[in-house]
Ligand binder design. Sequence first.
Ligand code: UDX
Length: 484
Amino acid sequence: MAHPVRQCRVAAIAILQLSVMSAFIPLGGIAAQATFLTGSMLSRLPAMRITVIGCGYLGTTHAAAMAELGHEVLGMEIDPAKRSALSQGRVPMHEPHLADMLARNVESGRLRFTDSYAEVAAFGDLHFVCVGTPQQPESLAADVSQVEAAVNGLAPHLARPALVVGKSTVPVGTAERMAGRLTALAPAGSEAMLAWNPEFLREGYAVQDTLHPDRIVVGLQDGRAEKLLRDFYQPMIDEGSPIVVTDYATAELAKVAANAFLATKISFINAMAEVCEATGADVVDLADSIGYDVRIGRQFLNAGIGFGGGCLPKDIRAFVHRAGELGVEDAMTFLRHIDDVNRRQRERVVHIARAMVGGDLAGARVGVWGAAFKPDSDDVRDSPALWISGQLHLKGADVRVYDPQANATAARTFPTLTYAASAIDACRDADLVLHLTEWPEFREILPHDLEGVVRRQQLFDGRNLLDVDTWRSAGWTVRALGRR
Ligand code: UDX
């Protein structure tokens, strides 16, 4: 069935498009520095005046990338410390290419920040809602209070036609509720429209994924919203990014379904790793063997300590919770198993570590490579690496952690661990070395780099990426999940 598209009101389109056109900005001057933009992206536009509400990971990247494209961008951030850092062109997290992009667009004046909804409403024609939706403390459900606060804060100031575009990951049904609230609270009434446009960006590739998305999904109820978003995303569409225009519910589900599928692939291969251990098979060869099948694909079949971060774990839990509310919990029960397999990986590593140091962690010295949930990030939210380090510490081990970017964020979450200045320093007098986050620099370390550094030559590869033969032939005992 076609998505519901209400009758367009010609006058309203004209007003909205006029205000968009009035924000035309010539694009000359930005091309030279625009490392991530292709020629075709720079040759289009009228630029628009947009706002980005919530300048965390998603919002900061979206704001900086859209300014880079030539739009005039106003970021709304209520946290004064974050707002002040961003206004000075400083990014509060590690994300490749983002700091440069933010700094040059703040410098040029195309990107600035505020804490005023009145200013946001007066400035923008498109308002992107990029606030967080964390897991609730006492439940699996997502906490959508920041989305509600954004709509409640903005709507009363919307006196002229505007499009509010939700990008946050929300439980299905939220967009429809927010659309009703927007219409009820905005002086512009039904001229204040809502669309849902989930973001699929990966940490470590956030700039690339924002400027060159592998797909654009928009859920909407109104042809005017579709026209505006097609115009807005035209540079990406011209480059070949497919666009799916659909209803609110499908757009909301597209995000959680994608993350649920990715989580399922990872837990599938991790479950197979356990079978490999029981049978003497090798999970890396197994993943290669099935991954060559184009219907399966090799990506997200890397067995190891499991998935973490701010999205996959909380999104599948929120999805299970929402399925329960909708009365379809039986259909989604398998996601509980996906989560269980994932948690078990971490626990298995703690057991293996205990066995490798002789059965008692008390007093054992453990060197850990990695704290972030993945490389090219300093994010330790639900990080399996940090969880494992913390558990070993709580069981009495002397744990020394080194992460190229995440020592500081990890220390804020887990201050009682010892943080080392280098990968080699983390291994001083170690009885066991754990490779837990796959930063490239760890793969460059050779056995002779640790000669005279460690107490015992024992290595656990939690990411199945080290050259096991090299380490074993240098006399090291090496273990990994699902490997011979
Ligand atoms: C994810 C989705 O990929 C992205 O599309 C969505 O918008 C946000 O959530 P991200 O959280 O950046 O992105 O991490 P991702 O690259 O998906 O990795 C998630 C976790 O899975 C990491 O802990 C990673 O180490 C782990 N992982 C990934 C594996 O254990 N094995 C794999 O084969 C792949």
